[in-house]
Design a protein around this ligand. Structure first.
Ligand SMILES: NC(=O)c1ccc[n+]([C@@H]2O[C@H](COP(=O)([O-])OP(=O)(O)OC[C@H]3O[C@@H](n4cnc5c(N)ncnc54)[C@H](OP(=O)(O)O)[C@@H]3O)[C@@H](O)[C@H]2O)c1
Length: 331
């Protein structure tokens, strides 16, 4: 990425210096890299207030590959290990032949997956796990509403919620309805024909993947004292303190931008939280165990060769992917 802007600011470049790892870091030969909306949002400069990259920067936020070498202090990985990670937020760097990852953010790949399937897991699955387990604290028998169930995060969220024993309602267009049902959704609402708030009531919690008007309407399907966790709405003061380690200024800014959302939540007696997921090797171990135990399937929509990384991002950007979009490195 050479500057902030549209697709024209990205290019495939040869001769980019290899990243050099330091203590507690692992150098990974990337075999596949997953794509996420954060990639084009970063390119557009929408996240500049949180992450500013020295340009040109190597894009890409999640990888699967083979450990090439380890830095001083690395104890859990060795050359040749098959690993996957949501790469460090401050560096990105997944869309390249080599990437450097802190060992705390890395885990061994699920043994049952190929690289291009494993690369689809880290960012979206960590987000779903952290939202449902840590924020909504979903328990057996509870009812949860998950919007946009057919996308990258949604396909993991439905399955993880079912694993926790929850009853799941989700929204999908006719293009995604069969998929979300197959993944375990109990109630599927066709958002192209029906407003979900007309039929859903008194849910214990909701996981919002859309923000905007959908988030505003989500508050009315959750019972009083319930919680709505969003990853696409407005960040609020807790986001600044807990997820970004930010000081009072960022918290104050988020207080302002989230005012109407928090007011809407309060009117419905519902707790609102905006989550920024965090990289975590130990959570990736949890996910690898769920995947190897066949509790969670990885849904990959399309795999593009590295030479078509730009087309891959454009495809994701259309917002219609069913599951994940992945870029495979040539070897
Ligand atoms: N805060 C964080 O830490 C964090 C982490 C991960 C993701 N996110 C954000 O979460 C959002 C979702 O990410 P993602 O990876 O799941 O995106 P995605 O894979 O691009 O989502 C695409 C899916 O959304 C569905 N969709 C679009 N509009 C919809 C609507 N109105 N109702 C129901 N479904 C709809 C589409 O289904 P149809 O084709 O059938 O319409 C498609 O299957 C993005 O905004 C992303 O930036 C935030």
């Amino acid at each position: 990425m050479t500057r902030y802007g549209g697709p024209e600011v990205t290019e495939l470049r040869d001769g980019v210096p290899e990243p050099s790892g330091g203590p507690n870091e692992v150098c990974v030969e990337v075999r596949a890299a997953g794509l996420n909306p954060v990639d084009f949002k970063t390119r557009e400069g929408k996240l500049k207030i949180i992450h500013r990259y020295r340009l040109p920067a190597v894009m890409g936020n999640e990888i699967a590959g083979v450990v090439e070498s380890v830095g001083v202090g690395v104890t859990r990985f060795g050359a040749g290990d098959h690993v996957y990670a949501r790469v460090d937020k401050d560096t990105m760097g997944g869309l390249a032949e080599k990437a450097v990852v802190h060992e705390d953010h890395l885990a061994k790949m699920p043994t049952s997956l190929e690289f291009e399937t494993a690369a689809a897991v880290p960012l979206a699955a960590l987000t779903a796990l952290q939202a449902l387990r840590d924020e909504l604290r979903l328990r057996n028998g509870q009812r949860v509403f998950i919007s946009a169930g057919a996308g990258g995060v949604g396909t993991f969220a439905i399955q993880i919620a079912k694993h926790f024993g929850a009853d799941v309602a989700t929204t999908a267009s006719p293009r995604g309805a069969a998929l979300v049902r197959r993944l375990g959704a109990d109630t599927v609402i066709d958002y192209t024909h029906e407003r979900f708030e007309d039929s859903l009531r008194d849910y214990d919690g909701a996981f919002d993947l859309l923000g905007g008007d959908d988030l505003a309407r989500t508050f009315s399907v959750v019972k009083r004292e319930g919680s709505v966790v969003s990853i696409a709405g407005m960040p609020e003061p807790e986001t600044a303190r807990r997820d970004l380690g930010g000081g009072g200024a960022l918290a104050a800014l988020f207080w302002t931008v989230s005012l109407s959302t928090r007011w809407s939540a309060a009117r419905h007696g519902v707790h609102y939280r905006y989550l920024f997921m965090h990289p975590s090797g130990s959570d990736l171990e949890t996910l690898a165990a769920l995947i190897d135990a066949k509790k969670v399937k990885v849904v990959v929509d399309r795999v593009f060769p590295f030479a078509e990384a730009k087309e891959a991002l454009a495809y994701l950007e259309r917002g219609k992917a069913k599951g994940k979009v992945v870029v495979q490195m040539s070897r």
